[in-house]
Design a binder for this molecule. Structure first.
Ligand code: TGC
Ligand code: FAD
Length: 390
C-alpha cells in the first residue's frame, strides 16, 4: 500500500520473474521516498539533485545490465527496463542521468573499450563516484550525426581534439565525456575526455522549459591533448555511437511508460475526488473516454515493450524494432500527459501535481535519442528498403 499503484490491466506481472518484481519494487519504493518529494522543487529551480546519485547507484540505475565484475548489477533487459520505468515515473530528467551513465557511457566503455579502460572507469561509474556524459550532437549536426565536424589529429604521442558538442546531458558536472570525433581519414571514433584536460570546457545551457532537473551543457574542445590510451579501440564508424543509442532508446521506451502511468494515476485519482455539477468528474462520459483511452494505450505499450525486452534478452531485437517502441511509447506518454493535465483543470498547470512537469519533460524525450520523425523514417526505411534521409 506504501507503493505507487501501478496499472496492470492485462496482468503483466504474471510475465515477470520474482527477481524482476523485486528489482522493480525496490526502485519504485526508492523513487517514492527520495525522488518524488523533492523533484518538483529542483525542477522549479532548474537544478539537478546531486544527493540522489548514491541512491540511483544502489537501485541499479547505473549499469543495470553491465556484468558484476565491472561493478554493474548484472541484470537482464526486463529488469533494466523496469528500473527505467520506475525512475521516469518520478522524472524524465532523473531517468536521463541514468540512461546516459548506463547506456551512453558505461556501455561503450564495456563494449568498445579494452580491459584497462573497463577496469579504470566502470566500477567508479557504477557507484556514481564518477558521472559521465556522451557527446554526439553538434550545433550543426543533430539528426544527422554522420556529418559531425569535431575531429582529432594523431600527434605521435597523443591526439589533438577540436570541435564542439551541444545539448549534452550531465555535461556541466560530468567527470568524463565519451566523445565521438572524426580522425584525419574522416572515420568516427570514441574518445574518453576527462575533466581537467587543458582546453576542455563544459558551459551549462540555461533557459530550458523541459528536463529542468537535468543539467544540459556544451562540450568545447580547443586543442585538447587526449592521451592515446583514451581512444576506444574495439569499434569505429557511425554504427558505434548508434549501437549505444539502441540500448538507451530501449530504456526510454520503458521510461515513457512510467511517466504515462504517473499521469494516468494522478488523473484517475483526481477524477474520483473532484466534484462538479454535484458529481465526480470521473462519472462523466468525456472524462471516462480520456481515462479509458489512456489505460488502453499504456497496456498496449507495456505489451510491446515487454516483448521487445524478451527479444533483447535473446539477442534478437533489431534497431528498427527499438525505434518503433521509443517512438510509440514517448508519443503515447506525451499525449496522455496533455489529456491528464486538462483533466485537472486549473490545478493541472501547477507544481502541486506532477503532470505538467512530465508533459514538459516529454518534449525533450520526444526530441532526443532520435526525434519522433527520425524514428518514423527508420521504420519507413526498414519496411521499404529505401532511405528517406539522404
Ligand atoms: P546509416 O548509413 O543508416 O548508418 C551508418 C552506420 O550505422 C549503422 N547503424 C546502426 N548501428 C547500430 N545501431 C543502430 N541503431 C544503427 N543504425 C544504423 C549502419 O548499419 C551503418 O553501418 P555501416 O557499417 O554500414 O557503416 O546512417 P545515416 O547517416 O543515414 O543516419 C541514420 C540515422 C538518421 C537513422 C541516424 O543517424 C540517427 O539515428 N539519427 C538520430 C540521431 C540521434 O539519435 N542522436 C541522439 C544523440 S544522443 C542523445 O540524444 C542523448 S539524450 C540522453 C538522455 O538525456 O537520456
Ligand atoms: P534537427 O536535427 O535540426 O531537427 C529539426 C527538425 O527537423 C526535427 O523536427 C526533425 O525531426 C526534423 N528533421 C531532421 N531531419 C529530417 C529528415 N531527414 N526528414 C524529415 N525531418 C527531419 N545529444 C547528445 O549527443 N548527448 C546528449 O546527452 C543529449 N542530451 C540532450 C538533452 C536534451 C534536453 C535535448 C533537448 C537534446 C539532447 N541531445 C543530446 C541532442 C538530441 O539528440 C538532438 O536534439 C536530436 O537528435 C535532434 O537534433 P537537433 O536538435 O539538431 O534537431
Amino acid at each position: 500500500p506504501d507503493l505507487f499503484q501501478s496499472p496492470d490491466y492485462y496482468l503483466l506481472d504474471d510475465l515477470l520473474t520474482e527477481e524482476h518484481k523485486l528489482v522493480r519494487d525496490s526502485a519504485r519504493a526508492w523513487v517514492k521516498r527520495e525522488v518524488s518529494p523533492i523533484i518538483e522543487e529542483y525542477a522549479q529551480k532548474a537544478e539537478f539533485p546531486h544527493q540522489i546519485v548514491k541512491g540511483l547507484a544502489e537501485i541499479g540505475g547505473f549499469g543495470p545490465y553491465i556484468p558484476v565484475e565491472y561493478g554493474g548489477a548484472g541484470l537482464d533487459q526486463i529488469s533494466y527496463g523496469l528500473i527505467m520505468q520506475e525512475i521516469e515515473r518520478g522524472d524524465s530528467g532523473v531517468r536521463s542521468t541514468s540512461s546516459v551513465q548506463s547506456s551512453l557511457v558505461m556501455y561503450p566503455i564495456w563494449k568498445y573499450g579494452n580491459e584497462e579502460q573497463r577496469m579504470k572507469y566502470l566500477p567508479k561509474l557504477a557507484t556514481g563516484d564518477w558521472i559521465g556524459c556522451f557527446g554526439l550532437t553538434e550545433p550543426d549536426h543533430g539528426s544527422n550525426p554522420g556529418g559531425m565536424v569535431t575531429n582529432f589529429k594523431d600527434m605521435g604521442d597523443h591526439y589533438l581534439l577540436n570541435g564542439a558538442k551541444m545539448w549534452i546531458s550531465n555535461a556541466p558536472f560530468a567527470q568524463i565525456a565519451v566523445v565521438w570525433a572524426k580522425n584525419e581519414e574522416g572515420r568516427i571514433h570514441g574518445l574518453i575526455v576527462e575533466r581537467g584536460m587543458e582546453g576542455f570546457t563544459t558551459p551549462e545551457t540555461h533557459n530550458k522549459w523541459s528536463l529542468r532537473a537535468s543539467a544540459t551543457g556544451e562540450l568545447i574542445f580547443d586543442n585538447v591533448k587526449v592521451p592515446k590510451e583514451n581512444l576506444l579501440p574495439n569499434k569505429s564508424g557511425l554504427g558505434a555511437p548508434l549501437g549505444c543509442l539502441d540500448s538507451a532508446r530501449y530504456g526510454i521506451a520503458w521510461g515513457a511508460i512510467g511517466a504515462a502511468m504517473d499521469c494516468y494515476d494522478t488523473a484517475l485519482r483526481y477524477s474520483k475526488e473532484r466534484i462538479q455539477f454535484d458529481k465526480p468528474i470521473g462519472a462523466t462520459q468525456l472524462q471516462q473516454k480520456k481515462l479509458a483511452e489512456m489505460i488502453t494505450e499504456i497496456t498496449k505499450a507495456q505489451l510491446l515493450t515487454w516483448r521487445l525486452g524478451v527479444l533483447r534478452n535473446e539477442g534478437r531485437a533489431t534497431s528498427a524494432q527499438i525505434s518503433m517502441a521509443k517512438r510509440n511509447n514517448v508519443n503515447m506518454a506525451i499525449e496522455i500527459a496533455r489529456e491528464a493535465r486538462q483533466m485537472l483543470g486549473g490545478m493541472g498547470i501547477t507544481g502541486e501535481y506532477s503532470i505538467m512537469r512530465h508533459m514538459m519533460n516529454l518534449e525533450s524525450v520526444i526530441t532526443y535519442e532520435g526525434t519522433h520523425d527520425i524514428h518514423l523514417l527508420i521504420t519507413g526505411m526498414d519496411v521499404t528498403g529505401f532511405s528517406a534521409f539522404k
